[in-house]
Design a protein around this ligand. Structure first.
Ligand code: CO
Ligand code: ZN
Length: 331
């Protein structure tokens, strides 16, 4: 099996909504341990893996948290109301399955009396099959988090499943670490950040602690290759890793962007340029840390973002890992 598929399968199953990343951090620590010299976890929960070298400090970052839901209220019939953890779209949530940390599963459904067009998250609820509040509370408490419970598949090099955002970015970091030679030129940090999905809350603290000369984030991005797409976007699944120019939160440092494109060229890899018209990434938090850090990003073109069925090409992830490893050593 291709390593990218194997790693994603393992990481996608770990529970890790924003702020509750313990389980995914444990899995990542196990997987990254053999590829680096030392591993630490900071106060926010960012996992920092270092491979020592004599040169510049270069940090790569991928967020390990995922979007999810948190229970806000349990009614007398045992139905759960919830609030979003990160960006959720009601269209992705109708009659899908979710899973709590203790293994309890449920279905998100909606108040049928509300016209479909008017539905908001407030009209949705989670059904865990409990007949009463008392029965529900034996399984789930207010304040408990849940994540998508969805199958994954691989078909002809295409991966589909929950939380490619951003376990696939974590996968790219692992693949890059694994590909490094025994002795490296630069002082390399691979950071798995927390709480990206609720507003880039972890990456800045990690970067403040490391104070790297350069930082490169790896995350997913939208694609413009679907039928009747909402706006034109020059970023297609399977057409290579995307080098970020900008999004709503950041304009990438030209020096880093150029270095990424040069690395790709020297590796004979085709890239695409990414301009994302909404959303933000850890790149912004990294760039604004301390007195400022030169920062760029590599993105994996991914369809159906933030749904339980995100889709990307394995080849784009492998290319991102190769470009990342090369750039971290050549900066
Ligand atoms: Co996201
Ligand atoms: Zn992301």
């Amino acid at each position: 099996m291709r390593k990218v598929i194997e790693y994603y399968q393992r990481l996608s199953q770990a529970f890790g909504p924003s702020g509750r990343e313990d389980a995914v951090r444990e899995v990542l620590g196990d997987m990254a341990g053999e590829f680096c010299d030392d591993i630490s976890t900071d106060a926010l929960g960012n996992l920092i893996c270092r491979k020592r070298g004599p040169g510049k400090k270069v940090a790569a970052a991928a967020h390990m948290d995922s979007i999810g839901v948190v229970v806000t209220y349990i009614d007398e019939k045992g139905f759960l109301r919830f609030s979003a953890v990160g960006g959720l779209f009601r269209g992705d949530l109708i009659n899908i399955q979710v899973r709590f940390e203790n293994g309890t599963c449920g279905v998100i459904s909606y108040e049928e009396k509300t016209p479909f067009k008017e539905l908001t998250l407030d009209h949705l609820f989670i059904d865990i099959g409990a007949g009463s509040r008392e029965a529900a509370e034996k399984k789930v408490q207010v304040g408990d988090f849940a994540v998508f419970h969805a199958p994954i598949f691989e078909q002809g090099g295409i991966l589909c499943g929950p939380y490619l955002d951003n376990r696939i970015g974590c996968t790219a970091l692992l693949l890059a670490m694994e590909s490094l030679p025994e002795a490296v030129e630069n002082d390399l940090y691979f950071v798995f950040t927390v709480q990206e999905e609720v507003g880039l809350r972890g990456a800045g603290a990690a970067a403040f602690g490391i104070q790297p000369d350069y930082a490169i984030a790896v995350d997913v991005t939208d694609t413009g290759d679907l039928p009747e797409h909402k706006y034109p976007m020059a970023c297609h699944m399977g057409a290579g890793a995307a080098i970020k120019v900008m999004d709503r939160s950041v304009i990438c440092t030209p020096e880093v962007r150029d270095a990424l494109e040069r690395s790709a060229k020297s590796l004979g890899l085709q890239t695409q340029r990414e301009i994302l018209q909404f959303g933000g990434t850890d790149t912004a938090a990294l760039q604004k840390t301390g007195a400022g850090i030169r920062a760029g990003a590599i993105s994996i073109p991914t369809r159906y973002l933030h749904s339980p069925s995100e889709m990307c090409a394995a080849s784009d992830v492998e290319a991102a890992a190769a470009i990342l490893a090369h750039t971290m050593q050549s900066l």
